[in-house]
Design a protein around this ligand. Structure first.
Ligand code: FAD
Length: 394
């Protein structure tokens, strides 16, 4: 039996069934849907196309699947969620980011659900879980990236609302979102610590004084980022998430979990690059024999498979610890650092094996290479992860 990076979950029949169903949906429905419409990873996506995926995914039970049953999910644990997320990117589907709701859906809202009031759940989060509304998360500003505390967007109390002024950049899903989770500066209580001057708000993106601009197109070519401009935008006090001063805790708590949950997406993309490289080296002939017969190529494939296996093993072990209630704040940084660096290495080797084909626009490994390159920066740069790990040592 030849080795494959495609995992099976024989020890967990429920998960195995979900993975099988998800693979079927991706390969038999979603990818044909993309082909019929000429959708690629770099297409500008319109709302009806995305809504079709959200609704179908909700119908099949995938959208919001990790949420508890009372919120419409199936209460998947993190290990199970990681397993499903890997399948999405491993399929190569361009719209895979919308199947479990990474892009605008329940996974983008993430752990903020636990801070939401009844009103916020009804008006904002449950419609997201049903695939009817979409959200984005906005903390980054032009001059405040890794150092989010430099943010200058303010939320000033005025009667029973807050008035937002400032600009957020690089909010994924903003171009098609209905509302944003925005972290802004609020006036601190007299005894507030430095951390407590930030608060989080749910902001309707069609509010007067709020505009959504097309964001920069990142090197992946995906057109899903937007900038939010607040010019005296009034947000009802009922839209404050948690309490005043909890903004960074809410925002960064969400980011910590997302750091872990981004890992299986990168692993899936690296697995796809490995699969494509095995297939390519089997068929491509050089000097009278397939590339796969060359030891130099075999070694690359062996290193790539080892990188994917090591990253997956580490991420699943960490997810299992988190499922047991262990605080994984440091380990999440380790996982993201290890995964982003090793999966990018895999993509680089895949491009090398593909030669000029791998350097050509339109070739899938070239697109994977550009996408995986971004994740050494996105949701925390590798340097910031190292800082967090090092800080925990002292
Ligand atoms: C495609 C994409 C999607 C994104 N989606 C979102 C989103 O949905 N919501 C959102 O709010 N943001 C989003 N971002 C922003 C992203 O999280 C930031 O780009 C990231 O946090 C890094 O910030 P920066 O780009 O400003 O880099 P900087 O913080 O300016 O860093 C520049 C360089 O300096 C290094 N550096 C900075 N400080 C230190 C330090 N103390 N020690 C060592 N090295 C350091 C960094 O590691 C990096 O190499 C997105 C970005 C991209 C590209």
């Amino acid at each position: 039996m030849p080795f494959t990076l495609e995992p099976s979950y024989d020890d967990n029949p429920r998960l195995q069934e979900l993975v099988t169903d998800l693979r079927r949906y991706l390969h038999e429905e979603l990818i044909p849907y993309e082909h019929e419409r000429g959708i690629t990873a770099e297409s500008k996506l319109d709302r009806p196309t995305l809504e079709h995926v959200w609704k179908r995914s909700h119908e099949l039970g995938f959208y919001g699947i990790s949420l508890p049953a009372e919120l419409g999910g199936q209460g998947l644990n993190l290990v199970e969620l990681c397993a499903l997320k890997e399948e999405l990117t491993a399929s190569g589907a361009a719209l895979s980011h919308s199947v479990l709701g990474d892009m605008g859906g329940p996974l983008r809202a993430g752990s903020i659900v636990k801070y939401a009031t009844e009103y916020q759940l009804e008006r904002y989060l449950l419609p997201v879980i049903r695939g009817e509304r979409a959200c984005c998360f906005s903390i980054t500003e032009e001059d405040a990236g890794s150092d989010v505390r430099r943010m200058t967007t303010t939320a000033t109390p005025d009667g029973d609302s807050y008035v937002l002024t400032g600009k957020k950049v690089f909010s994924s899903a903003a171009p098609f979102a209905d509302f944003a989770i925005v972290v802004a500066r609020t006036a601190p209580a007299p005894e507030a610590t430095d951390e407590e001057v930030y608060s989080a708000f749910l902001v309707d993106l069609d509010s007067p004084g709020c505009s959504v601009l097309d964001g920069e197109v990142p090197m992946s070519g995906q057109q899903m980022e937007g900038d939010l401009v607040f010019d005296g935008c009034r947000v009802p006090a009922a839209n404050l998430l948690g309490e005043i001063g909890q903004g960074l805790r809410i925002g960064i708590g969400r980011i910590t979990l997302n750091r872990l949950l981004h890992c299986p997406s990168l692993i899936g993309a690296a697995r796809r690059a490995w699969d494509l490289s095995v297939a390519y080296s089997r068929n491509r002939v050089a000097f009278g024999r397939p590339l796969l017969a060359l030891q130099a190529i075999q070694h690359k494939l062996a290193e790539m498979a080892t990188d994917v296996y090591a990253a997956r093993s580490t991420v699943l072990a960490t997810a299992a610890r988190a499922d047991r209630g262990v605080n994984i704040a440091v380990e999440a940084n380790m996982c993201k650092l290890l995964t982003a660096e090793s999966c990018f290495r895999v993509a680089d080797q895949a491009v090398q094996i593909h030669g000029k084909a791998g350097l050509t626009r339109g070739n899938e490994v070239e697109q994977i290479f550009r996408t995986l390159r971004m994740f050494r920066v996105v949701t925390g740069t590798s340097e910031i992860h190292k800082n967090a790990i090092a800080k925990s040592l002292s």
